[in-house]
Design a protein around this ligand. Sequence first.
Ligand code: ATP
Ligand code: MG
Length: 604
Amino acid sequence: MTPNERDEPRPSNQAGGDSLIRKDLAALAVRPHWRADAPAPGSFSWVAMRERLSGLPGGGLNIGFEALDRPVREGRGEHVALHWLGAEGGERRITYDELRRLANRFASAITRLGLGRGERLFVLAPRLPELYVAILGALKAGVVVSPLFSAFGPEPIATRMNLGQGRALVTTPGLYARKVAPVIAQIPTLAHVLLIDDGSGACPAGTHDVGALLHDAGVEGEAFECAATRPDEMALLHFTSGTTGRPKGAMHVHEAVVTHYATGLYALDLHADDIFWCTADPGWVTGMSYGVIAPLLHGVTMVVDEAEFDPERWYTILQEHEVSVWYTAPTAIRMLMKAGTALAKRFPLPRLRFVASVGEPLNPEAVRWGQEALGLPIHDNWWQTETGGIMVANGAAFDIKPGSMGRPLPGVEAAIVERLESGGVRLIDAPDTQGELALKRGWPSMFRGYLHEDDRYRKCFAGEWYLSGDLVRRDTDGNYWFVGRADDVIKSAGHLIGPFEVESVLMEHPAVVEAGVIGKPDALLGEVVKAFVALRPGHEASEALMRELMAHARKRLGAAVAPKEIAFAASLPHTRSGKIMRRLLKARELGLPEGDTSTMEGAA
Ligand code: ATP
Ligand code: MG
């Protein structure tokens, strides 16, 4: 029996109807939700999207060229591309033309060092302007960029650089001394270390100073001719978040830029006069696809904040820098919720018009909180490192069913499938149905392989379908609802229970700020639902509160789905990209090995 067949109360996140957030479509018509020049979704084609980009002579395509040279050629050279805010104060505004010239200097410098097409350059740096220059410059040189999150410790850095055969690394003197130097002997391929001056010390012998390289490249370097990369040539190597196990290296090609462009249009509604802030670090795919590439393709000004999360700072940035489109993550939203609605209300945000979120399920409570605290609902969207860009989204002009991640974007064909023992899949076509989310292969930013794991890559496909590993439900209106990762789904007394459903209901309780739900083996029932909850400030863990939460969950979910056990936790384990690590909650509960924790928040 599937959850749809249960004759029990449904939580509000799946109820549709009365919890709908209706958009004022008349108001939106003043500001079209899809740019006037965007083809209607019905007439969408990837070929037409590709034609909007410049391309290179001879059929080539290059992400860096499209992100910088195209806007400059279209007259946006003097527009601010990157508005950088320093962690210690200070700011820097870099125009499209300046960024283009700097990227060209960097491309010229690394080419002169001998880095060739297809070789890998890793970046491990705080969000400093030179990080962006290096990424874009390397792409223009045809060098493959692999970003590492700067909080990684030496081991994860060495492992990934070894896997990816890193030839060059861009980092800072401080990070180099603390994290790279101790393991450099383990990275035999590494030939060039390029250091961005962050005031933490001089460049040790044998390394290069990025500032000096840019300077020395001179005006001549600014005339760098973009490498004639083919659309199917590798551009980016992204490691996954490691939520379910050891991170995989997903390989992406220059053609991905077509998806970056289209999704900037359809999912984020980017207009050239927008001030856009993507809070994700470029160490993760979101921070690359939407924190570097997509905004530049649309000629917007992107805000880059070097500092870490801080509620007051974030509201100040949104307000002072007049951010109009904001792309963030559920974990950040939950932390803002924790900081309180009163704080949010101290910062009116009249320029903010669209807020989107990705990375984890966005609980309906969070969508509604956005409406209350920011005056705007939060638009959830879904994608993965493997998909390279947003695939399913709540578009700007559609009503939102809080808890739903929206509908497939134009050009994305999604289906719900069941895996068969033969290795094939069966499409489940029923109007209100649940199963694994699959995508018809062929969208431009589809990953082209897992590094050194061909077999694993092949197993992600059944015929024409890419199998996402995520379970979803599609309602009768065509909206998709996240149920859980296939690995996280709980089987209890014949019921299939998605952790998200239970977590969202627990979060409805005013005492709960975050919940993580796992299945705990049980001799009788197969598994029982166990919840770990973190409380809001001002609430104390107690027997009485536990009983209250149990009762609330039973009332909302029914006895079969509600947790049988609830444990209070000071905080839940997260990946550095902000995802709850349910596999760790489970391993700890069962006293099993924790597995790969290299991407866990707080790990060295
Ligand atoms: P790993 O594959 O190493 O376990 P990961 O899957 O967390 O890590 P990412 O590619 O960063 O690595 O994350 C993609 C996954 O995040 C999706 O497969 C899905 O499980 C989850 N996710 C992303 N967006 C959403 C969303 N809007 N709602 C629910 N889940 C989401
Ligand atoms: Mg994954």
